[in-house]
Design a protein. Structure first.
Length: 310
């Protein structure tokens, strides 16, 4: 239960993505298509992996959970954004705002940890192929996914509790964003937020730096190991790694821009936020399927079964 002892504000008003009504209508149609693509694209990945006997390796195990996190992550903010593009008064309750803040950081941080685990998985698969199934057992994969969720939960809980300690005494309750996030909320607090801002920055930087080191080391080891592989083996490994690196760059880049700094907000923040909350989750299914013949074959098999049953 959210305590509201430190505030007399019961709701916030979101500025939204744009104030231009014509642009808002165009964005409504655009983001409705984007969100629909996120849901169906990632669901298709999950169903294909769960129903295919060929897609039973740890890589696809992680990919199915990544798709689930992408759906959840976008659902925290996208439906509200789409709705608000058609209304004048974009309000959100205090409790709803805190829930959105928690959900954004929970699923966002979980995705960072999950992408890091996937890089480790690729490193083991390429560098120790003979021991791959033993090292990356179902138990280990399940533990890594659980650890990703637990890490995201702890990070999000700390961030949300820090914000809940702040007094929001008004009269300004307008958030210059399309969803409740750390920096816009800190700007509304009627107290000095420097210490909390620095604490959050250190936490975010620590997580990002640790994950970046694991990612960098994993791919450095992979590149060194590929020198001993055949040309065909190198090509196949690079195809898989390129997909993962593309997703990492698309997700990490905007997140680092937003969270690894002081509480200052920039006009570009809202546009940058669209990339990691909507664009990347929408592109992930395409990135992982267009260059992966096994997934495409799995989808064809799923389609054939569906047609036969109908």
């Amino acid at each position: 239960v959210v305590s509201m002892e430190n505030t007399n504000i019961t709701e916030f008003i979101l500025h939204g993505l744009t104030q231009d009504r014509t642009v808002a209508k165009v964005c409504f149609l655009l983001f409705l298509v984007f969100y629909t693509t996120i849901i169906f694209g990632n669901l298709l990945i999950i169903i294909t992996i769960r129903t295919s006997e060929q897609l039973n390796s740890p890589m696809y195990f992680f990919l199915s959970y990544l798709s689930f996190v992408d759906i959840s992550y976008s659902t925290v903010s996208a439906p509200k954004l789409i709705h608000d593009l058609l209304v004048e008064e974009k309000t959100i309750s205090f409790v709803g705002c805190m829930a959105q803040l928690f959900g954004t950081h929970f699923f966002g941080c979980s995705e960072i940890f999950l992408l890091t685990a996937m890089a480790y998985d690729r490193c083991i698969a390429i560098c120790k192929p003979l021991h791959y199934t033993r090292i990356m057992s179902r138990r280990v994969c399940g533990s890594l996914v659980a650890a990703s969720g637990l890490g995201g939960f702890v990070h999000s809980l700390v961030q949300t509790l820090l914000v809940l300690q702040l007094p929001f005494c008004g009269p300004n309750n307008k958030i210059d964003h399309y969803f409740c996030d750390i920096h816009p909320l800190l700007a509304l607090a009627c107290t000095d937020t420097y210490t909390i801002s620095v604490s959050m920055g250190v936490s975010n930087s620590g997580i990002s730096l640790a994950c970046f080191i694991v990612l960098a080391v994993s791919y450095a080891v992979i590149l060194v190991s590929l020198r001993t592989h055949s040309a065909k083996g190198r090509l196949k490994a690079l195809y898989t790694c390129t997909s993962h690196i593309t997703v990492v760059v698309l997700f990490f880049g905007p997140c680092i821009f937003i969270y690894m700094r002081h509480s200052t907000t920039f006009p570009a923040d809202k546009v940058v936020s669209v990339f990691y909350t909507i664009i990347t989750p929408m592109l992930n299914p395409f990135i992982y399927t267009l260059r992966n013949q096994e997934v495409k074959n799995g989808m064809k098999t799923l389609w054939s079964r569906t047609v036969k049953r109908s």
